[in-house]
Design a protein around this ligand. Structure first.
Ligand code: NA7
Length: 317
């Protein structure tokens, strides 16, 4: 527990981790853990799994992103299939539905490695239908399925402060205990139904998207009517709107610094998926629908890979 990273350290992600100063005492499961996807979220999660003493085998489509993790003690798999074969529990956290389908159903994909009892945990935020397809395909081969999308962006991922929303196999949820302890501050089991955690995640991110879109419009209008954005940010921070999202995103807008904590294109994807879900159950979503248009415009302006706070550029355009 609390195992230090290897002496071959000194990577950017380890410097970030060192700054975070969070040390948890976790008793790591002896099960072999696989992790597919070393994007912004995967990087923080894998480092925290390693730091707490888990044995982790990583794979990422762009293989050079594995390098820092191998230096920090991870093993490297050559394909999703190989990772699943070598591990007891394999987590997957990648961009979107297309990425998940490639990784699960592809020729060297997860499914090819699934045999009786192998466990797969889907952490990407994707649509409900794909979640069902993946769950059924894994189970049809005798595998065990859990979905566990997380709430939180780059910094909570680095600090092991994510909120884990899980649904699917209960025993697998319990077996993930030490992993969830390492990456999160709280994990919730929302039932055995694949899709429940995804629905929760989409609602949470829908609210987030609307809040940040509204902040952007406010800041854009403030600029137009001749107010100092620094004053606006200060006033926002003094009242009941004082929360991490409003504070951090208003600072990002103020400084014009949009390095991605939560990529804007993922926020727009989540709004799109939430709108689809609303469509299915005839829930009107006026605010989210309008916010979605603003994020779409921001993507068109070239801010897809920037932080969601860059939606300000669409509002002020
Ligand atoms: P990032 O930082 O945009 O990273 C995306 C990851 O997904 C990255 O590892 C990509 O690999 C991978 N990816 C994207 N497309 C594919 C395909 N087609 N096949 C395999 N791998 C792919 O995302 P975040 O870490 O911020 O977010 C991950 C999820 O959590 C997402 O659903 C969010 O909404 C929540 P690459 O390095 O580009 O080769």
């Amino acid at each position: 527990p609390g195992m230090p990273l290897s002496s071959a350290s000194g990577t950017q992600i380890e410097e970030d981790l060192a700054k975070s100063g969070t040390v948890k005492s976790v008793i790591p499961t002896p099960m072999r853990i696989g992790f597919l996807g070393l994007g912004i979220m995967g990087q923080g999660m894998v480092m925290n799994l390693l730091r707490s003493g888990h044995e982790v085998t990583v794979w990422n489509r762009t293989a050079q992103k594995c390098r820092d993790f191998v230096k920090a003690g991870a093993l490297k798999g050559n394909s999703p299939c190989e990772v699943v074969q070598q591990c007891d529990i394999t987590f997957c956290c990648v961009a979107d539905t297309t990425a998940v389908k490639d990784i699960v159903f592809g020729s060297q994909g997860v499914l090819r490695g699934i045999t009786g009892g192998k466990c797969f945990v889907e952490m990407s935020t994707i649509d409900e239908e794909t979640v069902q397809d993946v769950a059924e395909a894994i189970q049809a081969r005798g595998g065990v399925y859990l979905e566990a999308p997380v709430v939180g962006s780059r910094v909570p991922a680095l600090e092991g402060q994510l909120t884990i929303l899980a649904s699917g196999d209960r025993k697998l949820f319990d077996d993930c205990f030490s992993c969830f302890e390492a990456i999160g501050k709280k994990s919730l089991y929302l039932g055995s139904d694949p899709g429940a955690a995804t629905r929760m995640k989409l609602i949470i991110n829908m609210v987030m998207g609307s809040v940040v879109a509204s902040l952007s419009e406010g800041m854009a209008m403030a600029e137009k009517v001749g107010l100092d954005l620094e004053d606006v940010a200060e006033v926002l921070g003094l009242g009941s709107l004082r929360c991490p999202t409003i504070i951090h995103k208003s600072q990002a807008i103020l400084n014009g610094k949009y390095d991605p904590h939560f990529p804007l294109q993922h926020q727009q994807k989540d709004l799109r998926l939430a709108l689809q879900l609303g469509d299915k159950v005839e829930q009107p979503l006026y605010i989210a629908a309008a916010a979605n248009e603003l994020y779409k415009k921001a993507r068109r302006l070239g801010y897809g890979e920037s932080d969601i706070s860059a939606v300000f550029r669409a509002a002020s355009n």
